[in-house]
Design a protein around this ligand. Structure first.
Ligand code: ADP
Ligand code: MG
Length: 696
């Protein structure tokens, strides 16, 4: 016995108290080879019976015995397998997938039983030939007549070589003549299977079936064999595997479906694309601006010099503690050992120095210059020579000032080279007596720093400290006074590392005082620990803060765009779930699991996300040029490369590999879409096959 129904009851809950008995104590036995018609008035329970036999609906009580095995303990997985391997469905309204061709409709279900692509194609072609549609394999359902559609449906029902064909009013939507043709076909192609057909049509039932079961109000009214059936025990010869729908297949299904609603997809994709493009652009802005400012600020003559101090608490004789900068070399050993650092030396503080040009005193900031070996980066920004012992380097602003004070009319600041200026240093002797020390310097060259109109001069460290050493004051030396205070100066191997190294030293976990920015903002200078800084580093820090504020502002727009696109993805998918009911039904009817359904819809969401991502990346790279053009021509900022998307950096990390940014952005976009699409996809899996394939 192929199939046995034992005392099947099906009660539908109407409300909390009442229920409706759709099937009332149904016991039936079916054999392979039978052609059974179930007839009865509308609402008598025919479809309910069919759904229970198909394992699409569970009886309230009773047992369905399949090839001698009770299904009482079946789990969802077993029911899916049962449908996948044993059941073929034919519906009144055909339930073909509109966006697939006849061939693809037949092929689709074979994906789930694990047939390879070649075998699938071959079998689908054979089946379509069998139902007389060889010439229509590439037609879509909309290009086929009702009879032809039902032929495709029959071919599909046979695709998994099932033992049981279940047909719910297969001729209900066809005219009499076509209906008869379909019945002929069904009877011939499925003669060795068990066919259970629900029909209104007594005439057809009498003509084609071997057995007629009459139902009335959920009860069997009669059950009679009207023809001899050729009962057989043939086993299906098709080799079936238990497979899930492949990603490729679900992507194909989704792509086809999407091509039918281009408008909606385009708008959703656009929203996502704006988000992704914006995302890429703020990364590009951050990166480009950093490269730009680095280039500019590293033109500072001492951009590779960091001043490093260590604040320590000191108690004076009264027991009061105060913070001071250590001048003990041992305290700094950890810093001097950093691999980025080339040399270190005591810091010469000339902050109280005054500069005289001619007779005029000019406010100028003196800085020591890095070691000779570390000044290569400077040479290309330099007019003239690096300073020797009694020479100094000036920047453009200082050179301008020198020429102005000396009343030299010149278009070219380089005329300042060779001019002499006087530095007056306030010094305190050991007995706290103030003395002044004068020294004349010659301008050896001009450095082309970024022009903030900040007047800088740079002196040669060795030259100055040598000459200061020679100055003997009454008690002690000026040199001692100058150097016995305020930390050390370190020269970096690589000028571009200046901010990174300073940040590293300042980190609290490295014994630093914390970030330079928070220190600048709080004004708290009495914190203990290392403090490393330089003018370029402070500029970089402030500039980067500006950039991050700009990035944050743009981020708000991006978040809005991404939220909008997520909502739209959700909406598009919800409507998709409604539109693709047939697909859901068919996938489930042929034993597809929730996983398969989820995959179909998630693949649609991910496709949209991927489109957005790809488009967003293209747009971002394309926008780089108009943005720079706009900045230059309408805002007057000539900032080439201010938007430079880092191609191989994983966003927000230091990881790099080729095309990382592009790949990560596209992945990010499709992951967001997958998240946005999760709920609608989940809803699709919850849809009952019966509802999905209802005759409406
Ligand atoms: P038929 O296919 O014979 O026309 P059905 O099997 O579809 O009838 O339905 C049998 C009876 O069960 C009908 O009265 C119908 O209203 C009822 N019914 C079917 N499905 C449900 C359901 N999900 N909830 C409540 N009643 C249902
Ligand atoms: Mg029905």
């Amino acid at each position: 016995m192929l199939l046995e129904l034992k005392k099947i009851y099906k009660k539908f809950k109407i409300n909390r108290k009442q229920s409706f008995t759709a099937l009332n104590n149904i016991s039936l036995k079916f054999d392979k080879g039978e052609f059974v018609s179930v007839v009865g008035p509308s609402g008598c329970g025919k479809s309910t019976l069919l759904n229970i036999i198909a394992g699409l609906d569970m009886p309230t009580s009773g047992d369905l015995i399949i090839s001698g095995v009770s299904s009482r303990k079946f789990k969802n997985k077993n029911w899916d397998l049962y449908r996948k391997n044993n059941i073929g469905f034919i519906f009144q309204n055909f339930n073909l997938i509109e966006h697939l061709t006849a061939l693809e409709n037949v092929e689709m279900v074979m994906n789930l039983i694990g047939l390879g692509i070649v075998e699938r194609r071959k079998r689908a072609l054979e089946l379509l030939k069998l139902v007389g549609l060889s010439k229509h394999i590439n037609h879509r359902p909309s290009e086929l007549s009702g009879g032809q559609k039902q032929r495709v449906a029959i071919a599909r029902a046979l695709a998994n070589d099932p033992d049981i064909i279940l047909a719910d009013e297969p001729t209900g939507a066809l005219d009499t003549k076509t209906g008869k043709q379909i019945m002929d076909l069904l009877a011939s192609v499925a003669k060795d299977k068990l066919i259970i057909m629900v029909t209104h049509n007594n005439q057809l039932a009498l003509e084609y079936s071997s057995r007629i079961i009459r139902l009335k109000d959920g009860v069997i009214e009669s059950d009679e064999n009207i023809k001899e059936a050729v009962i057989n025990k043939n086993k299906s010869t098709l080799k079936k595997k238990n497979k899930s729908m492949s990603f490729f297949e679900s992507f194909k299904l989704s792509l086809r479906n999407m091509s039918k609603k281009k408008g909606r997809i385009a708008i959703t994709t656009l929203a996502g694309c704006i988000g992704i493009a914006g995302f890429a652009l703020i990364m590009g802005l951050g990166n480009g601006a950093n490269i730009y400012i680095d280039k500019q600020l590293n033109k500072f003559a001492n951009a590779n010099v960091l001043k490093v101090g260590k604040n320590i608490k000191i108690k004076n004789e009264d027991g009061l503690s105060y913070t001071a900068m250590s001048n003990n070399k041992k305290d700094y050993q950890k810093i001097f050992n950093m691999k980025e650092i080339m040399t270190s030396r005591p810091f010469i503080d000339l902050s109280n120095a005054k500069i005289k040009i001619g007779n005029e005193q000019v406010e100028i900031t003196p800085h020591s210059l890095g070691d000779k070996g570390s000044l290569d980066f400077l040479i290309e920004n330099l007019d003239g020579e690096l300073p020797k012992a009694d020479e100094i380097l000036v920047n453009q602003a200082t050179a301008r000032k020198i020429l102005q004070v000396m009343e030299i009319e010149s278009k070219n600041n380089s005329e300042a080279i060779g001019k002499k200026i006087l530095i007056e240093i306030d010094a305190v002797k050991d007995n706290f007596e103030k003395v002044k020390y004068h020294k004349e310097f010659t301008v050896s060259g001009i450095v082309n720093e970024i022009d903030f109109d900040m007047k800088n001069i740079y002196f040669n460290y060795e030259g100055l400290s040598d000459s200061l050493k020679k100055v003997s004051l009454t008690n002690g030396t000026l040199y001692d006074y100058l150097t016995n205070q305020r930390g050390f100066e370190v020269t970096l191997k690589n000028v571009s590392n200046n901010k990174r190294v300073a940040d590293e030293i300042n980190k609290e976990k490295n014994g630093g005082v914390g970030s330079l920015m928070s220190l600048l903002n709080s004004g708290n200078t009495s914190k203990e620990g290392f403090l490393a800084y330089s003018v370029p580093v402070i500029f970089k820090t402030m500039f980067q803060q500006l950039i991050s504020i700009a990035q944050m502002v743009i981020s708000i727009f991006i978040i809005v765009a991404l939220v909008v696109s997520s909502i739209m993805t959700s909406i598009v998918l919800y409507s998709s779930v409604v539109e693709r009911k047939t697909e859901i039904g068919i996938i489930k009817a042929v034993g597809g699991r929730n996983k398969d359904v989820l995959r179909v819809f998630e693949s649609e969401a991910m496709l949209m996300g991927t489109f957005s991502g790809i488009l967003g990346v293209i747009v971002a790279f394309a926008l780089k040029y108009p943005i720079e053009y706009l900045l230059a021509n309408y805002f007057g900022f000539k900032l080439p490369g201010i938007v430079t998307i880092p191609i191989s950096q994983v966003p927000f990390t230091n990881l790099t590999f080729p095309f990382a940014t592009i790949i990560v952005l596209i992945l990010f976009s499709s992951v967001i879409a997958a998240i946005a699409g999760y709920l609608p996809s989940k809803k699709a899996t919850k849809m009952q096959v019966i509802d999905a394939l209802r005759d409406e």
